[in-house]
Structure formats: C-alpha cells, structure tokens
Design a protein around this ligand. Structure first.
Ligand SMILES: NC(=O)c1ccc[n+]([C@@H]2O[C@H](COP(=O)([O-])OP(=O)(O)OC[C@H]3O[C@@H](n4cnc5c(N)ncnc54)[C@H](O)[C@@H]3O)[C@@H](O)[C@H]2O)c1
Ligand SMILES: [Zn+2]
Length: 278
C-alpha cells in the first residue's frame, strides 16, 4: 500500500493535495465530526448544549455577534498559533523533487497550507478563509485581510468588545467563510481560486496526476467528490486516500487507513533515496 503510493508519487508530474479537517488533527487541531468531537474540543459549548451547526449559523451570528465572534475569534487565534505538522513539508519535498506542478484544494478555513509555504495562488479554499473578513450585511463586495485581535472569554465563549467592524458602513464584520444556510457569504475570492484550479487541470490533463487526499470526511463530501472526479475523469490520475475512519475508495485508487502524518512519513520512507552503495 505505501509502496504502491510511493511508486505513483515517484512518477507524478502533477500533484493535487485535497484536504479536509482531518489534515489538521496531527497539528493538534480538532476536526468537527459529529457533536461529540466538537463538544470535546469545546467543553463550553457542551455545557451550553450548543452544536457546531448552531455555532456556524449566520443568523445566529447576526443577532448575537459577540457569540459569533466568540466561536470564530477563538478559532482565528487557534489557527494563528498552530504550526503545520511535518506532513505538509513532506509533500512540498515531493513537489520539489519531481519539479511537479501542484494545487491544493481544501475545505479547511485555517490557512495552514499558506503557513506551510504553499503558494497562495495555488490554493482553492472551497469554504473560504478565517483569515479574510467581509461585511456582515454585506454593504459591498469587499473582502479584506483579518488583522483583528479578538479576545474571547473561554468560560462563556463570548468575544469581548470591540468587535471587528466593516470599514465602509461601520456594522459588524464576519469571516469570509461559508456557514450553514448562508446567503451573505461573498464567494468572489473562492471563485477566482476555482478559475485558477480549472486552468491547472486543463494544463495537466494529459500528465500523470497524483491526488493525495487527507482527512476529508463523508458528512460534507465536497473534498472527497473533488478527488474522485479527478481520479475517474483523468486518464493518468490516481487518488491516494488517507483517512483513519473512512479510507474506502475503489481500485485502481489507493486506500490508506491511518493518520495523515504517519502515512506521509511511511510513503516518504519508501521514496527517499537510500544511502549510496559503494
Ligand atoms: N481546520 C479547519 O479549517 C476546519 C476544522 C473543522 C471543520 N471545518 C469545516 O467543517 C467541515 C468539516 O468537514 P471535513 O470533512 O473537513 O471534516 P470532518 O470533521 O467531517 O471529518 C474529518 C475526517 O478526518 C479524518 N481524520 C481524523 N483524524 C485524522 C488524521 N489524523 N489524519 C487524517 N484524517 C483524519 C476522519 O476520519 C474524518 O473522515 C468542512 O466543511 C470545513 O469547512 C474546518
Ligand atoms: Zn459594511
């Protein structure tokens, strides 16, 4: 399995990295699978009986912004303070070794790929980014960098004033993240990233493409569907699906049950040129 994945990666001319919340787990970040995992990560919400879906509700955010910014402010701080695990760097080594073209597609909003040195114009953040803000109304289509410092009372999970505001209308701003049942999210930045990804696929259509998928859940299957679309529609594409709980994918694609960091290290052990024999 690791050997097979290594043989695909050794030959890859283009690498597509597809990642869900599980990619961050080995960096110490929570995934949100089910209320149980979410409540373990956020005991304050467990006490209040509030679910992930309720936290990521734009209406809730609008009527109670200190609650909304409590959730997103805490996550902003968490992602700013987190260093991407070594698996991010291992994949970059493969890209450099093969001189491969690459693209990252992720539902994560945490900016960890940029932090690990992946180029901003080679990343598609399908649900937006916590490191970008927009007006809550929105009064216009501006999307700007999140340079706010947000203080959160961890006992109540409420943000302390002053809350981030729109520089144009003065109303509360919000992260440029697609929430549940969200009609105010501005998709423009993600659309530009989608166009860049389409160009990447057009250029690399005839090449040997390795898709490395990590930590993408089946509850919101956007990332899994992206990997499969490439795997089944491009003649020379192979998907390597790494996931401890739901690694299933049909052959000739490769299923690796396990965590991202460990699996990437195992593959690298098969790939790394050994010491020269004399
Ligand atoms: N870091 C983030 O930005 C973040 C975190 C949580 C949720 N979200 C949002 O919530 C939604 C959650 O969907 P999702 O599918 O990304 O997450 P999910 O929580 O539904 O699923 C996580 C997946 O990761 C797997 N996993 C757990 N530990 C792993 C490890 N060590 N290595 C590899 N895989 C591991 C699990 O088996 C599961 O399949 C997304 O739409 C996303 O926008 C984002
Ligand atoms: Zn505004």
């Amino acid at each position: 399995m690791f050997k097979h994945a290594a043989s695909i990666l050794r030959e890859a001319e283009a690498i597509v990295v597809t990642a869900g919340a599980g990619m961050g787990v080995d960096s110490g970040l929570p995934d949100f699978r089910g209320d149980h995992g979410f409540w373990q990560a956020y005991p304050a919400y467990s006490r209040l009986g509030i679910s992930f879906v309720e936290c990521a509700d734009p209406q809730h955010f609008a009527v109670d912004p200190s609650f909304g910014w409590g959730f997103y402010g805490h996550r902003t701080n968490l992602y700013r303070d987190t260093a991407p695990h070594d698996g991010f760097h291992i994949i970059r080594t493969w890209i450099e070794r093969n001189n491969a073209d690459y693209f990252v597609v992720t539902s994560n909003v945490d900016g960890q790929f940029q932090k690990a040195g992946y180029a901003d114009d080679r990343i598609l953040e399908v649900h937006g980014s916590i490191h970008r803000l927009q007006c809550q109304t929105p009064c216009n289509s501006a999307i700007w960098r999140n340079d706010e410092s947000i203080r959160v009372d961890e006992a109540t999970m409420r943000a302390r004033p002053p809350l981030p505001r729109c520089p144009d209308c003065g109303k509360i701003s919000r992260p440029n993240i697609l929430m549940f049942g969200d009609w105010s999210w501005l998709p423009d930045r993600t659309h530009i990233q989608e166009q860049a990804f389409s160009r990447f696929l057009a250029v690399n259509a005839g090449r040997r493409i390795a898709v490395i998928e990590m930590g993408a859940g089946s509850a919101i299957p956007t990332i899994r569907a992206t990997s499969e679309r490439i795997g089944w529609n491009y003649e020379h594409a192979t998907v390597i699906r790494i996931n401890p709980r739901e690694p299933e994918i049909a052959a000739p694609h490769i299923s690796i049950p396990g965590g991202a960091l460990n699996a990437l290290q195992e593959i690298e052990a098969h790939l790394k040129p050994g010491p020269a024999l004399s």
